[in-house]
Write a protein that binds this ligand. Structure first.
Ligand SMILES: [Zn+2]
Length: 385
């Protein structure tokens, strides 16, 4: 019953691009003993009951009593191992989100975690916390923190403080430069809460992105796209976008500058930390090589002055995802103007997310004792990838 309800909540919000892009976000249902959290590799829009990972809440709670290594990589691996160990029998093949611990902090049975563009207009703004306090006096704010155990610890403290101070249950939590958590007792209450929050955003946002399409010379764009493709080592797909907002942003490097530092982890995970800006279409290869030399990766997003935006993907679908996620960044940069301007991610957070892959240390940790296997390079971030 509860699983059916969370499945429906997941489908509803997961299939709406205003809430979920590129398979991001996660949901959970809990009863007294178990937490059912969306598993990695599933998408909210299409998840079935068996896409949720059944976990022992008692085992998850034990994580708070333990002392973990002070060394970050080691600590995250230890916590991850304990989290994997909290899965119930029969769930061995599934992989819960690293945000599982956060879901278990809310008392309410239903939890929805998403990264809506409008909400991130606030969480990625300079006036984020102050505005949130005015708009949502009963919400909790958590400043930018590296994902994983550290974030879970901070959220646990904040929720604990809030519940002690107000003697009420927390049901709304904003994560700076990241997204939002909603918690409710049933589907109807979830809808009421989400609608209430989104309505306030619609009323508070005074500057909207101008997404009006602009005609372009198809032949010219195709020629540029094939020049771009030639630069890449492997076959790539290129998706071109031009609208009024992109036109404004690519009119000069000064206008584009706001996009040169990431606003939320999604942008790094899908589009890399830095996009490329070309002043002209002369010597695309040379400018591309210079970019790769400086950044050590091939650009996923290229803005060309007075021409438009090119999103590069490994497949056609991937190029569409890259394009959508970058348009999310574009929209956030505009929405944030209503809340005191853009607040970019802190440089150390950018490095953290950019490097946050299951790599050398984690593969060395003896997780196999518990029969666990980790794919190299699999992400711990809350995406289904
Ligand atoms: Zn998230």
């Amino acid at each position: 019953m509860g699983l059916d309800i969370i499945r429906e909540i997941s489908h509803k919000y997961g299939s709406n691009p205003n809430y979920v892009l590129a398979g991001g976000g996660n949901t959970s249902y809990k009863d007294e003993h178990f937490l059912y959290i969306k598993g990695s590799g599933t998408s909210l829009a299409t998840i079935e009951n068996n896409g949720f990972v059944k976990m022992s809440r008692k085992s998850l709670d034990k994580i708070w009593e333990k002392t973990y290594s002070k060394e970050q990589d080691k600590r995250e691996a230890e916590v991850l191992a304990d989290m994997m160990g909290a899965k119930c029998k029969g769930e061995e093949a599934k992989r819960p989100s690293v945000e599982t611990l956060l879901h278990n902090l809310f008392i309410q049975p239903y939890v929805l975690h998403v990264h809506p563009t409008m909400v991130n207009g606030l969480t990625c703004s300079n006036g984020g916390k102050d505005t949130m306090e005015k708009m949502f006096p009963n919400a909790i704010w958590v400043e930018e923190t590296e994902p994983g155990y550290t974030l879970a610890v901070k959220c646990r403290e904040r929720i604990g403080e809030y519940e002690k101070r107000t003697n009420t249950r927390a049901n709304l939590l904003f994560l700076q430069n990241h997204g939002v958590f909603f918690a409710a007792d049933n589907a109807m209450q979830m809808d009421i809460l989400v609608d209430e929050v989104m309505d306030k955003f619609k009323k508070s946002i005074t500057t909207l992105p101008d997404l009006q399409k602009i005609d372009f010379d198809v032949n010219k764009i195709e020629k540029i796209a094939s020049k771009i493709k030639e630069c890449y080592e492997k076959d790539v797909y290129v998706k071109f976008t031009i609208n009024k907002e992109v036109e404004r942003l690519c009119s000069s490097y000064d206008s584009f500058e706001i996009l040169t530092r990431p606003m939320s982890p999604d942008h790094i995970v899908y589009c890399k930390a830095v996009p490329m800006f070309l002043e002209s279409i002369d010597n695309i290869t040379g400018q591309y090589k210079k970019f790769v030399n400086e950044n050590k990766y091939e650009p996923k997003i290229i803005f060309i002055k007075n021409i438009g935006m090119f999103a590069i993907g490994k497949s056609e679908k991937d190029s569409l995802v890259v394009s959508d996620v970058w348009m999310d960044a574009v929209k956030i940069s505009v929405y944030a103007q209503s809340f005191g301007g853009v607040r970019h991610m802190a440089p150390d957070m950018v490095d953290f997310i950019a490097n946050w892959e299951v790599e050398s240390y984690r593969s060395k940790v003896n997780l196999n004792q518990k029969g666990l296997k980790y794919e190299k390079n699999s992400k711990l971030y809350c995406k289904s990838r």
